[in-house]
Design a protein around this ligand. Structure first.
Ligand code: GLA
Length: 416
């Protein structure tokens, strides 16, 4: 069987030590502290967040650690263990949207977004990043970076939002604004909410209706894989993954145009109407009949059915109906492939191999166009299923995939 690398999560001790060391080696002084925030996998509910829908992420045990110290001026210097010799610099004074290029846009953008939100006390900083969240894998390495930075800045500048779940929504807004407006990568809030609001052993049922307050829009759903003797395998296909290449924005624009055509604020309204109707199948058909073109019909069908699948998955998993939970994983992927058209051959093939080898269900996770799949398998089978996917990838001449073992871990926190 082909071998496949499993990516381990950095331990608390190693993350703190490595980030602290990178900071002092680079800036020749001690940091003020170390903070960390995780990547995520979304169990189900894909491309629903920006449609005011439902999604269901868990935080990964894989985290980004940042050692940080505030500065008395407006300068920012950031370094990452990926390229320890390359320190990126920026100045917050007079900074405009998209004014920083490269990866530094993500952390610098958080400070910029907090200042834009009126937190004028937020100023410059030096920061060193160490991460085990695989980059460009659809596992939210960017949210892990922006959210760890937001927690650090909240702490060192005494904003006081990091210590409560409701307060963290302010930090989530800054992290999102950084990604959207400074890094130019569209994101709808799923990743940042997961990184800052998940709790161990639970999936976060996130309701993205804008009218809900922070206290109303999440509920913690038990997600205990051990109880059902299961594992959640993640396979990073290593197919190139880019969310800022226009495809994501295009999907989003089509959904917004569809909502306008249907005379509603967002597609969630339509989805709820359909779900509550006497004959949801007929009601969906009538809705789609009102849309002008095939592409728009497909996109709407995905969003409407995916929101319903989140509800069904939560119910099935809570009942211990793993066959049904797996079926919903499969239906979600198939809808993303056929209707939302965000999969690539690597994702489809990885999912097929998992399904053909005993997985209860398998689906892509995240934005798509590359990235990772998740598969629900019996305990002890992850290695074997991952190896079979790797073998098929060799045959297909794809990049070698990587894997990791996922479970519902904790959200971001101060580490030292
Ligand atoms: C990316 C975005 C999220 C979400 C997913 C798709 O991860 O950052 O906001 O839209 O794609 O569900």
């Amino acid at each position: 069987m082909a071998t496949i690398q499993f990516i381990d999560a950095l331990s608390h001790k190693d993350g703190v030590e490595e980030a602290t060391r990178l900071f002092s080696d680079t800036f020749h002084e001690d940091c003020d502290g170390v903070w960390a925030a995780p990547g995520r996998v979304n169990l189900i509910g894909e491309h629903t967040d920006y449609n005011a829908g439902l999604c269901l992420p868990i935080a990964l045990p894989h985290r980004t650690f940042v050692a940080l110290k505030p500065r008395s001026d407006t300068h920012v210097r950031v370094v990452s263990s990926i390229s320890p010799a390359a320190v990126a610099v920026a100045d917050l004074a007079g900074l405009q949207a998209e004014g920083v290029k490269g990866w530094a846009a993500y952390p610098v953008g958080v400070a910029w977004a907090l200042r834009q939100a009126g937190f004028e006390q937020v100023s410059g900083f030096d920061a060193a990043f160490v991460s085990c969240v695989p980059l460009g894998s659809g596992l939210s390495s960017s949210a892990a970076m922006t959210c760890s930075t937001a927690l650090a800045l909240d702490d060192v500048y005494g904003l006081g939002y990091g210590s409560s779940d409701a307060g963290r929504v302010t930090l989530i807004d800054a992290a999102m604004k950084s990604e959207n407006d400074m890094a130019g990568a569209s994101t709808g809030g799923l990743d940042q909410n997961a990184s800052l609001r998940c709790t161990p052993g639970h999936a976060l049922l996130l309701d993205c209706r804008p009218e809900l307050t922070a206290l109303e829009n999440v509920s913690q759903q038990l997600f205990d894989l051990d109880k059902y003797n299961l594992e959640l395998l993640v396979v990073d296909t290593q197919a190139p993954h880019q969310l800022n290449d226009g495809q994501y924005a295009q999907r989003r624009a089509t959904c917004e145009a569809a909502a306008r055509t249907l005379g509603v604020a967002n597609l969630r309204v339509v989805s709820d109407r359909i779900a509550k109707s006497d004959d949801p199948f007929q009601s969906l058909k009538e809705t789609l009949d009102r849309l002008p073109d095939e592409t728009m019909k497909k996109r709407v069908r995905h969003v409407v059915t995916e929101i319903q699948r989140v509800r069904s998955f939560v119910h099935a998993f809570a009942q211990g109906d793993i066959a049904e939970a797996g079926r919903l994983f499969n239906a979600s992927h198939d809808s993303l492939a056929a209707d939302y058209q965000v999969t690539v051959p690597e994702l489809d093939i990885a999912v097929d191999v998992a399904r053909g080898n005993g997985a209860y269900g398998a689906r892509m996770t995240g934005g798509g166009f590359g990235g990772s799949i998740i598969a629900l398998v019996d305990k002890g089978r992850s290695q074997e299923v991952a190896g079979l996917i790797a073998r098929e990838f060799t045959k297909q001449d794809f990049h070698a995939p990587r894997a990791l073992a996922a479970y519902a871990a904790a959200s971001g926190s101060r580490e030292a």
